[in-house]
Design a protein around this ligand. Structure first.
Ligand SMILES: Cc1cc2nc3c(=O)[nH]c(=O)nc-3n(C[C@H](O)[C@H](O)[C@H](O)COP(=O)(O)O)c2cc1C
Length: 355
């Protein structure tokens, strides 16, 4: 299949591939900028984005603000005005509203929000040119958010990302649903497409539906398109690129992972997550909370076994034994580190071999 272009807002992208936002610090300006340069949507993760700033520990809020602005501007520069630069901002983060407003002000082309329903997102970007997209895991959630936005704000989503059970990071499914082989991204996408169509005709606007979670190669991409997808969001594969913002040891953990190393964890955030089994996960009792960054609305600092911010900062900075290494279900299939351009070309070329 010759992959179609992705129409979103008033833009037409040559590559219908979105690089999924990855926090903490895995997708920043370098990865996002280079994906956009190749014609796709590069997505910066806003989660504790200021962790490299000198005052992060003492002035977390300001450090995150400053770093968000820097990363958006740098990504835009790298992109050479190709593709789009998006920002992934999770609804459960305590600075959600302010980060959305800041991202729009700094020139983000699109904000993609999941980990909760982004109920008031239209209000937060009002008066800017920034597009908005919810991440959902079911047609029920897609319907709910479309109904809510159109009723309250007279605004239909500019895009809908559908994340299935094979994704990386925090997952929008219950533990038992993750084991259920009958739940798959392709079925959910085709149902969400039906929801999008209703609002497309009512609002006379194009609402692309994007499949995410476990999409690994050209064959998977074609399958997503056959099931009604207008594009795909891929995260795990972009970790093993030279341009990915994580430390080389984080990338090598992907290359070295075996299938049995990829496990489901119960995150302190209150959602299941997928990660690579390591010293950290085997010895959680050693990683008791020392400092709270007050990052997640649903995190109860009295009962959590460890701090998610610290665990993710450790791994992305290269201390992979003492940190949490989030990954998608297919991370074990990665056997080399490549460049963003080679990866995108490979995916587009592979897709051409399937109908
Ligand atoms: C290391 C890592 C970190 C992630 N962090 C976030 C995040 O901060 N916010 C979010 O909405 N999704 C996050 N995700 C999910 C991705 O954006 C993406 O939708 C999903 O992983 C796609 O599946 P794939 O990894 O199998 O391609 C993360 C995924 C990974 C692998």
């Amino acid at each position: 299949m010759e992959l179609p272009k992705l129409k979103i807002g008033n833009k037409t992208l040559s590559v219908p591939i979105i690089q999924g936002g990855m926090g903490v610090g895995v997708s920043l300006a370098s990865l996002a900028g280079n994906v956009a340069k190749c014609g796709g949507i590069g997505v910066i993760s806003s989660a504790q984005i200021g962790f490299k700033e000198d005052d992060f520990e003492t002035n977390t809020y300001e450090a995150n603000f400053r770093a968000l602005d820097k990363n958006i501007k740098e990504a835009k520069e790298i992109s050479q005005n190709n593709g789009m630069i998006g920002v992934n901002i999770m609804c459960v983060t305590t600075n959600y509203e302010d980060m959305v407003k800041k991202a729009a002000e700094s020139g983000a082309d699109i904000i993609i929000s999941g980990a909760g329903l982004p109920k008031n997102l239209p209000e937060l970007v009002k008066g800017t040119n920034t597009l908005i997209a919810p991440i959902v895991s079911s047609d029920r959630a897609a319907n709910l958010i479309c109904k809510l936005w159109t009723t309250k704000y007279n605004y239909a989503p500019d895009m809908i990302v559908v994340e299935g059970p094979k994704a990386g990071g925090h997952l929008g499914f219950k533990l038992e649903e993750l084991d259920n082989k009958d739940i798959n991204i392709y079925d959910i996408v085709s149902k969400v497409k039906e929801v999008a169509k209703q609002y497309e005709s009512k609002y006379n606007k194009n609402i692309p539906v994007i499949a995410a979670g476990g999409i690994y190669d050209g064959k998977d991409i074609v399958k997503a398109f056959i099931n009604g997808s207008d594009g795909v969001q891929i995260a795990t594969r972009f970790v093993a690129t030279e341009e990915c913002d994580a430390d080389i040891k984080f990338k090598e953990a992907y290359v070295n992972a075996k299938k049995e190393d990829i496990v489901i964890i119960k995150s302190p955030v209150g959602m299941p997550g997928r990660a690579i089994k390591n010293y950290f996960l085997d010895n959680l009792q050693e990683f008791k909370l020392k400092k709270c960054f007050n990052c997640i609305k649903t995190c109860d600092r009295k009962t959590i076994p460890y701090c998610i911010t610290q665990a993710l900062i450790n791994s992305v900075s290269g201390d992979i034994d003492n940190g949490l290494i989030f990954c998608g279900s297919n991370a074990y299939r990665i056997d080399k580190i490549t460049t963003v351009e080679n990866l995108i070309n490979e995916l587009v070329k592979e897709a051409k071999e399937y109908e």
